[in-house]
Design a protein around this ligand. Structure first.
Ligand code: TPP
Ligand code: MG
Length: 202
């Protein structure tokens, strides 16, 4: 599943947190440009403080949310970040996310060249470094949480955290486990009974 920062970290943040808490077997790729792009440049939940946007003409006064930290404390079992200026690395991070069993978040910094003149490609290039090969242990929850707060001086990209073996929602739910997804289950009704049932709701 893919979306934007305004979409997943603002408008749909409740769904985001609850999907992680359930460890639903899903890969969620967020194209994070730190702005509401489609609606032409309003502040989003990841806009840096002080940033002037159409909705914050005197500068953003709200603290940005930290998607990596939020994912870690909400129960996501794979938490990673990528940068669109390093597409080969991003491919590896997304590939591992899809292979992971359970909820995986890939927060992808993908600068908006039209409405965000601060967090630009050169701005990121000066700050990003790969976690792989840096000595970071992705099985260590507390180390991952500490890494999540390294910005903005340095911006780690790669896999912050991966927990293997946690059961997924699909594996725990008695109905899904036994019968598969509800949408694929047969109603067990004759066409006449189905018609009568539908009619009763109208
Ligand atoms: C529930 C809901 N509220 C508001 C909108 C209007 N809307 C469409 S796109 C958008 C901004 C999305 O920003 P983001 O998710 O960061 O994506 P970007 O355009 O930056 O890639 C908004 C507010 C909507 N489509 N749905
Ligand atoms: Mg956006």
């Amino acid at each position: 599943m893919a979306g934007g920062d305004g979409d997943g970290y603002g408008i749909g943040i409740g769904h985001f947190v609850l999907a992680m808490r359930r460890n639903i077997d899903l890969t969620y790729i967020v194209m994070n440009n730190q702005i509401y792009g489609l609606t032409t440049g309003q502040a989003s939940p990841t806009t840096d403080m002080g940033t002037k946007t159409k909705s914050t003409p005197e500068g953003e006064i709200e603290k940005p949310i930290n998607p990596i930290a939020l994912a870690l404390v909400s129960g996501a079992t794979y938490v990673a970040r990528a940068f669109s200026g390093d597409p080969n690395h991003m491919t590896e991070v997304i590939k591992r996310a899809i292979q992971h069993r359970g909820f995986s978040l890939v927060d992808c910094f993908s600068p908006c060249v039209t409405y965000n003149k601060i967090n630009t490609y050169p701005w990121f290039r000066q700050r990003v470094y790969r976690l792989e090969g840096s000595g970071h242990d992705a099985s260590d929850f507390n180390a991952a949480l500490a890494k999540a707060f390294e910005e903005p001086a340095k911006i780690p990209i790669g896999v912050f955290y991966e927990k293997l073996g946690d059961p997924t929602y699909e594996e725990l739910d008695p109905s899904i486990r036994t019968h598969g997804p509800a949408v694929r289950q047969r109603l067990g009704l004759t066409p006449e009974e189905q018609k009568a049932l539908l009619q009763s709701f109208l």
